[in-house]
Design a protein. Structure first.
Length: 210
């Protein structure tokens, strides 16, 4: 309950950066972590960007082996403090406080991202996708989500300049999905419903249907 209250306060205080009104529900957390799977005998490296109060983090940690590692990149200092209190005693977990762009990233098998891409300008989104996809090991995956219907709602109620910014941002997201997405799933059990996108640095070629 305390984590929920903190999340809501931060949504009200920093709406553009927080992006969500509540932590990810169990169904959304399950979809986002679909590719955080046991490795083939070698340590796995996982990065979670924008973990917030740690709703997805708990699911990631539950799937980790003793040699696996988890980096948490959190820009909000209040969320970062909560994550440190909750997960700081786990030697497998490293907290990267501040925007993910400020950190030298390692190489990861799986990246789970909770950033509200739709809230950012197109240059920031292009940079973020480049950094995250570039940090994937061969065969690695990047998973992120967007709330269903949000682009339409944003265009309906926003002013002219905000609508133009949103269209430019959505164009960057659409290009990235076209190049890198290999799977998408709709999570109706979340509030609000969400669309989860799974990306690879090089998306598989489409199946031949001749």
């Amino acid at each position: 309950m305390a984590a929920m209250a903190l999340f809501f306060r931060e949504f009200v205080r920093t709406r553009r950066d927080t992006g969500a009104i509540a932590p990810s529900g169990p169904s959304l957390a399950s979809a986002l972590t679909r590719y955080v799977v046991p490795g083939s005998g070698r340590p796995r490296a996982v990065l979670e960007v924008g973990p917030g109060t740690g709703a997805v983090t708990r699911r990631v940690r539950a799937s980790m082996g003793s040699l696996d590692t988890l980096d948490l990149a959190e820009a909000n200092p209040r969320f970062a403090a909560l994550l440190q209190r909750t997960h700081g005693r786990d030697a497998r977990v490293r907290l990267l406080e501040g925007p993910v762009q400020e950190h030298e990233l390692g190489a990861y098998d799986t990246i789970v991202c909770g950033l509200p891409f739709a809230n950012f300008d197109e240059g920031t989104v292009e940079d973020l996708f480049g950094r995250l996809l570039g940090a994937l090991r061969p065969g690695g995956t990047l998973s992120f989500f967007a709330y269903a219907g949000l682009p339409v709602l944003r265009r309906t109620f926003a002013g002219d300049e905000e609508r133009r910014r949103a269209r430019r941002t959505q164009a960057v997201i659409a290009r990235t999905l076209q190049r890198h997405r290999f799977r998408a799933e709709t999570v109706l059990g979340n509030l609000p419903p969400a669309r989860v996108h799974h990306l690879a640095a090089v998306a598989p070629a489409p199946a031949y249907s001749g």
